[in-house]
Design a protein around this ligand. Structure first.
Ligand SMILES: Nc1nc2c(ncn2[C@@H]2O[C@H](COP(=O)(O)OP(=O)(O)OP(=O)(O)O)[C@@H](O)[C@H]2O)c(=O)[nH]1
Length: 416
């Protein structure tokens, strides 16, 4: 386990201090996992978490589930044997909170969200809408909470930060249903396509399937998470692992771009092997021998794990909040003809935080001009009312700040 204490005679920069503070508090990530029955979702999650997460014993207190069910966007999972989901029509929602530590010993709270039955019904036509509604409902919950005077965003934020979409290889390429669903949700969640059970494919078949998935994504204008120019070497280094320089031990070079290996092809297993030197590893056994799931040469599993729980965890959250949610928020407020700039404090970084007065003046101005708000709409009226109350509070604070500033800058007062 890493030591996060400040070393003697060594001053840490602000970013490093902030990072360490965050690490002490622990990290949180919400993962939505989609894919048809038997595609290996649960096995992957077990390998990712390093424990049997046993979804049959779901946590009833989960926010996402409650929120969706209350709003009629998903059918409650009354049958704890969720594995029989395909026998009954419709789509279920299962959520689970898992507590784990990453390789560096940092505590991570992982919220897992699954929709058993997705793509498994004879008629799957409603699934895309249900899942899209669920994602929008999570945004809506945050938006409603944001405009309250006393906010409790911690308990109402059920937004998944990433969707791992398991695309089983079929002789006909990617299924139409999967393309439709990915298209429907790609602007609501960071999408990362996965090719599971890569051990069932020869190298040539895998390359062909990756290429087919890639082409379908481009042709259908599906927006997948943008890894920009990040490379694999850095990803592993940040997670305290090295890309094996021995080309026999790694499929890629350290400067290989992550986007060039996507979609990730993974192999997972429920068999655990523990030894004193390498700790716990997952093994997939065959008649001819065995594979270690965590080996760099076996599949892309270890890169995906490093990306999710290490190098890109914060970026997945930032993009969810600052890009996907912001776009939803702008669309909703524009639709309702609300021209207010509802404060989004998370977007204010150190650089732009300098002037509180700028922020409050900008927000307070429109509170006196309701414009063409549809005040007949109760929801709009409530939002407007809460914004107005909030702006009044900000204005009062601004007045106090102004008078304090005057006191401080007045030479007569300073001398007194
Ligand atoms: N060969 C191979 N089998 C795998 C792999 N991953 C999972 N499996 C097997 O595939 C079967 C289904 O795996 P699950 O993880 O239960 O699949 P799931 O998508 O969660 O399925 P549902 O729970 O029914 O939705 C199990 O027998 C796993 O052992 C893999 O990488 N390779």
């Amino acid at each position: 386990m890493k030591d996060y204490s400040v070393p003697e005679n060594n001053s840490l920069n602000r970013d490093e201090l902030r990072r360490r503070k965050g690490y002490k508090k622990g990290l949180q990530l919400s993962i939505l996992v989609l894919g048809e029955k038997g595609s290996g979702k649960l096995t992957f999650l077990n390998n990712l978490c390093g424990q049997d997460i046993s979804l049959s014993n779901v946590d009833d207190g989960d926010i996402a589930k409650d929120a969706a069910i209350k709003n009629g966007h998903a059918i409650e999972d009354t049958n704890s044997e969720y594995k029989t989901a395909h026998l009954s029509p419709g789509l279920k929602l299962v959520t689970k909170r898992v507590y784990l530590n990453d390789e560096l010993g940092v505590p991570i709270t992982l919220d897992v969200i699954l929709f058993p039955g997705c793509g498994d019904n004879v008629d799957n036509s409603q699934s895309s809408t249900v899942i899209k509604n669920y994602l929008e409902q999570q945004f809506e919950n945050v938006l409603k909470e944001e405009v309250r005077i006393k906010r409790n965003t911690k308990d109402t934020d059920g937004r998944p930060h990433v969707c791992l979409y398991f695309l089983k290889s079929t002789p006909r390429g990617v299924k139409k249903f999967d393309i439709e669903l990915m298209k429907t949700i790609c602007d609501k969640v960071n999408l990362i396509p996965i090719i599971p059970k890569a051990d069932g494919l020869t190298e040539t078949e895998l390359a062909l399937h990756k290429d087919i998935v890639h082409q379908e994504i481009l042709r259908n204008d599906i927006h997948v998470f943008d890894f920009k120019n990040d490379n694999l070497g850095e990803t592993l280094a940040l997670y305290d692992m090295d890309l094996d320089s021995d080309s026999k031990k790694s499929n890629y070079f350290p400067n290989t771009k992550i986007k060039d290996i996507s979609p990730f092809a993974i192999v997972c297993s429920n068999s655990v092997h523990t030894d004193t030197e390498n700790g716990v590893k997952h093994i997939r056994e065959y008649e001819w021998g065995s594979l270690i799931v965590e080996d760099q040469n076996t599949s892309d599993f270890i890169y995906l794990k490093a990306i999710l729980l290490g190098s890109h965890l914060q970026e997945l959250k930032d993009v969810t909040n600052n890009v996907l949610y912001e776009s939803y928020r702008a669309d909703v407020l524009t639709e309702k003809n609300i021209h207010y700039d509802i404060p989004s404090y998370t977007c204010i970084d150190e650089g732009s935080r300098g002037s509180i007065s700028n922020v409050s003046t900008r927000r307070s101005t429109p509170s006196k001009t309701p414009g063409n708000l549809d005040m007949g709409d109760e929801n709009t009226y409530n939002i407007y009312k809460e914004i107005d109350e909030k702006n009044k509070i900000i204005e009062n604070y601004q007045k106090k700040i102004d008078s304090l500033e005057k006191m401080l800058t007045s030479p007569g007062k300073n001398r007194a």
